[in-house]
Design a protein around this ligand. Structure first.
Ligand SMILES: Cc1cc2nc3c(=O)[nH]c(=O)nc-3n(C[C@H](O)[C@H](O)[C@H](O)COP(=O)(O)O)c2cc1C
Length: 260
């Protein structure tokens, strides 16, 4: 094949890192690659906060469901959707007043701006993940950053029109070897569709997630004494969990705060 495809096919999440700091030249290359990520209208609706303060990292680890690896990871990047920079530029650079003189009223950023900025930030994050991987640096996304909106806003001083997109931690992997049993993905046919959405029902869903269910059964991890399905597993572990309740509460605040 080619080295980029090989790398993409071998990438996996790493959660255990050596204590070595990320080499300066590696960090520079990751930043350069991140900046080349596609961005809506080339407007770069995102910012990245490097969380280097050990106290902030500790607090983040606690806020993100006690995931201790956040505190010990050598590099922690918080990816933000950021339309604030343009709001300020439009106002402070007098575009708004020039518009008003022509009868064009100021438009507050809305849901579209938020989704576009989220796309920018997450695409940039994935470029960072792939660039890091190519340098032998492992990474892990931390979805729990979407919980605890109020504390995150305060901890990082986020104004309106700056919202958390994702958190990624990086480090040199403790175990760089490929996993004997990497995470199983759904078959192509269950993901790729043509021209129209094909709603999956029970038979298709069994086909899509059957191999993952089999793995969990072999590991004796399914509910109801290992007789349950993978749907039961995720339904009870994730879908109806307290943390999803919290994530939805927190994410609603994020959206409401942006749109207010
Ligand atoms: C949006 C998102 C949020 C995630 N959040 C977490 C997390 O909070 N903690 C964690 O250990 N892994 C997290 N992960 C990593 C996934 O668990 C991992 O990508 C998945 O199990 C597939 O494994 P792989 O990346 O090794 O193929 C997250 C991944 C994504 C894309």
């Amino acid at each position: 094949m080619n080295p980029i495809i090989d790398q993409l096919l071998e990438r996996r999440t790493h959660r255990a890192f050596t204590p070595d700091p990320i080499m300066k030249e590696h960090e520079e290359l990751i930043k350069k690659a991140t900046l080349r990520a596609p961005t809506a209208g080339n407007m770069m609706f995102y910012s990245v906060i490097e969380v280097s303060d050990p106290a902030k990292k500790e607090l983040l680890a606690r806020l993100c469901d006690n995931q201790g690896m956040i505190a010990s990871a050598p590099l922690v990047w918080l990816f933000l959707s950021d339309v604030r920079k343009w709001v300020n530029y439009y106002h402070e650079g007098s575009s708004v007043s020039k518009g008003e003189a022509q009868g064009i009223a100021w438009r507050k950023p809305g849901a579209g701006d938020l989704l576009l900025a989220m796309s920018d930030a997450i695409i940039a994050a994935q470029s960072a993940v792939i660039a890091a991987d190519s340098l032998g640096i492992g990474s892990c996304y931390i979805g729990d950053i979407l919980e605890q909106h109020e504390q995150i806003v305060e901890l990082f001083g986020l104004p309106q029109y700056v919202a958390v997109a994702t958190l990624v931690i990086f480090g040199y992997p403790k175990n760089p070897e490929p996993l004997a049993f990497p995470a199983i993905r759904c078959p192509e046919a269950s993901i790729f569709m043509e021209n129209r959405y094909e709603e999956p029902h029970l038979a298709q869903l069994h086909a899509a997630f059957g191999a993952q269910e089999e793995r969990l059964r072999q590991q004796n991890r399914l509910p109801f004494d290992n007789t349950g399905t993978i749907a039961d597993y995720y339904y009870f572990r994730k879908h109806t969990s307290d943390f999803m309740e919290e994530m939805n509460r927190s994410s609603k605040l994020l959206v409401d705060g942006w749109l207010r």
